[in-house]
Design a protein around this ligand. Structure first.
Ligand SMILES: [Fe+2]
Length: 287
């Protein structure tokens, strides 16, 4: 029995390839279920860290473009996203900037940033009939797990105000190890002609073990430690798609979060070696 909390749950979603926007999958169905649940619980807004936007030096930025465009996505018919209206939440963005600055971050708004599919793919899938007010937090290109964990812990208190915090990245996400031919030749990213490589299965299991068997500070330690896992570099050729897992760990890994564990709720393999695991940590109190 999971401990009850008055704080909103936090999601770590693996967005996978761009085809996850246009094709049906168990993950996509779960994203929509989470969106429905969030709306039923009257969330104030979404605060999301993706995997495609990072800042140099010691900087972190928050999206403050009042009318962002969408960067185009390959292998998806434009009708799946072109008309979807983005809803940037500038007041919450400015609040996040203040909170992050007060915590010592070199943080600023970015008034020209256009949104990328790592975040809007998830938003479209979760909220097909309209985007809630949304704030996007950048990563930092040094990809320090503790830095990203601290971003999450700094914004954690927004959960008490009914904001939904989401990390959009990947559990196993190494583009160099993906087998692309079925997607390039047949527009099919789900074919799985061969089983995944052993390293991918190992790391996928390690993520599940950490997520489901830890809570509070141990969840933070476990997710941080995964970057030293022997198969981490096989599962993630670059660190970018794992950073938002650390953001999630910060957002839901406080002493107060003890007993609030993660659950693997859906999973979709793509391109043989990419594992799109969908985790939710915590639950809605009223649910
Ligand atoms: Fe991505």
């Amino acid at each position: 029995m999971m401990a009850k909390t008055k704080l909103t749950p936090v999601h770590f979603f693996s967005h996978g390839s761009t085809m996850m926007l246009g094709e049906e999958s168990g993950s996509a169905a779960y994203w929509e279920e989470c969106g429905d649940e969030a709306l039923a619980n009257n969330i104030k807004g979404v605060v999301i860290m993706g995997a495609h936007w990072d800042c140099l030096s010691d900087k972190v930025q928050v999206a403050t473009n009042p009318s962002p465009s969408k960067s185009p996505v390959a292998y998806v018919h434009p009708s799946k996203y072109i008309d979807y209206k983005l809803n940037p939440d500038l007041s919450t963005a400015n609040r996040c900037i203040s909170m992050l600055r007060a915590a010592g971050f070199n943080c600023e708004g970015n008034p020209t940033f256009d949104w990328i599919h790592d975040t809007y793919l998830i938003l479209i899938r979760m909220f097909p009939s309209g985007c809630p007010p949304t704030t996007i937090i950048s990563m930092n290109a040094r990809f320090d797990p503790h830095f990203h964990l601290k971003i999450g812990s700094t914004l954690r208190s927004l959960r008490a105000e009914n904001y939904l915090l989401i990390g959009s990245g990947g559990a196993v996400h190494n583009l160099y190890r993906n087998k692309w031919s079925s997607m390039l030749r047949y527009r099919d990213s789900f074919a799985q002609e061969q089983p995944p490589d052993r390293e991918m299965l190992e790391f996928r299991q390690a993520v599940q073990d950490v997520m489901e068997n830890n809570s509070g500070p141990e969840l933070r330690r476990g997710l941080t430690r995964l970057m030293k896992h022997p198969q981490f570099r096989d599962a993630h050729a670059t660190d970018d798609h794992f950073m938002s897992a650390l953001f999630v760990a910060g957002a839901v890994g406080d002493e107060e979060d003890r007993g609030v564990g993660g659950r693997l709720m859906a999973e979709t393999w793509e391109l043989t070696n990419m594992c799109n695991s969908q985790y939710t940590v915590g639950e809605w109190v009223s649910a």
